[in-house]
Design a protein around this ligand. Structure first.
Ligand SMILES: Cc1cc2nc3c(=O)[nH]c(=O)nc-3n(C[C@H](O)[C@H](O)[C@H](O)COP(=O)(O)OP(=O)(O)OC[C@H]3O[C@@H](n4cnc5c(N)ncnc54)[C@H](O)[C@@H]3O)c2cc1C
Length: 305
């Protein structure tokens, strides 16, 4: 991929793209692969680095959606489990199995999570990453020797996937390019071009040179994640927001916090969150929080607390 070659492709003012995709995160890059591989003339514009948004800041889990199981959303779990299997087949260098333990401190947690996670195994079918099992207190501590032992009754072990989110995005950008897409980062979309109320292009600026471009397309796709409303407002400034502003923080702890290769899943915190503590590059990644914020920033900062 060469940026100046890609920029040259924008010089023809009469050129009409089939798709212009705004946003170079997992969604936009996925759309670019789908569209370019079907032979459509595809342009993707990202204002910063690829995966600069949530796609490079996730908890790094390719999960089948354990939390959706808790909410009873079986069809979403089935879809996510299928996608998890496809992702592992397509990108085995970036996706691998990871054992998780749900530690049990109440008598009902063993049978409750034991049955729930067996259902998760059944739904995964042949796409399963490993069989879940109820563990004794001793077995749980063998995997997680630093767990709080007071009141610990045992745990339930199950298997899910871990991946490198930013690298996956870069590989997706390369795949879209191989399929014929044009992808440019540091290109910010500043407004939408309309003809008779129909959006048929975008105005964009190259943030490296400040050069502006007016580009035409049959279809413009808004794949800007948490920034979705800012693009919608370019179309209609009075439109109501559809994204609620919130922010999640991960903390990175020393490996000694969880010395083994098993992750911890806490399915329900006092304030209704799911928390994971996951081995990651010889450290431990813990998260996330979930706090309302006034606005989305491209470079969010964790709160002191
Ligand atoms: C804390 C947290 C943890 C998560 N953990 C997981 C997990 O473990 N596993 C999982 O599968 N999912 C996880 N998710 C969800 C996952 O990260 C998101 O679903 C996914 O990243 C959304 O991708 P996206 O492409 O829609 O958005 P983004 O990745 O945010 O991409 C949108 C892009 O649009 C660009 N953009 C915005 N405005 C413009 C403009 N005007 N011009 C050009 N470009 C623009 C932005 O720079 C950005 O790069 C997590 C999410 C959060 C917040």
């Amino acid at each position: 991929m060469n940026r100046s070659d890609m920029l040259d492709r924008l010089e023809d003012k009469n050129y009409k793209w089939d798709f212009i995709i705004i946003g170079g995160g997992a969604t936009g890059l996925g759309v670019a692969i789908e569209s370019a591989s079907r032979g459509y003339k595809t342009l993707l514009l990202e204002q910063s680095d690829f995966a600069k948004g949530t796609s490079g800041r996730s908890t790094k889990l390719v999960h089948g959606g354990v939390r959706y199981l808790q909410q009873g959303n079986i069809s979403l779990v089935l879809e996510a489990l299928k996608e998890r299997g496809i992702l592992k087949r397509n990108a085995p260098h970036l996706v691998h199995d990871l054992p998780f333990i749900v530690p049990n401190y109440d008598w009902w947690e063993g049978p409750f999570y034991g049955i729930g996670l067996k259902l998760y195994d059944v739904l995964a079918g042949k796409e399963g990453f490993g069989s879940s099992k109820i563990l004794s207190k001793e077995e749980t501590l063998k995997h997680l020797p630093t767990l709080e032992t007071e009141g610990l009754r045992g745990g339930v072990i199950y298997y899910d996937g871990q991946f490198d989110d930013a690298r996956l995005s870069i590989n997706m950008a390369e795949t879209a390019y191989e399929q014929g897409a044009t992808l440019l980062n540091y290109m910010k979309v500043t407004s939408l071009i309309k003809d008779d109320e129909m959006i048929n292009g975008v105005e964009t600026i190259d943030l490296e040179t400040n050069k502006k471009y007016s580009l035409s397309a049959k279809v413009v796709i808004n794949a800007t994640g948490v920034f979705t409303d800012s693009i919608r407002k370019m179309d209609d400034p009075n439109v109501n927001n559809i994204i609620v502003s919130g922010q999640g923080v991960h903390i990175v702890l020393d490996k000694s916090f969880i010395p083994g290769d098993t992750a911890i899943m806490v399915p329900h915190t006092d304030d209704g969150r799911v928390i994971f503590a996951i081995p990651w590059h010889n450290k431990v990644l813990v998260g996330t929080t979930d706090t309302e914020v006034d606005e989305f920033l491209l470079e969010p900062k964790p709160f002191e607390e």
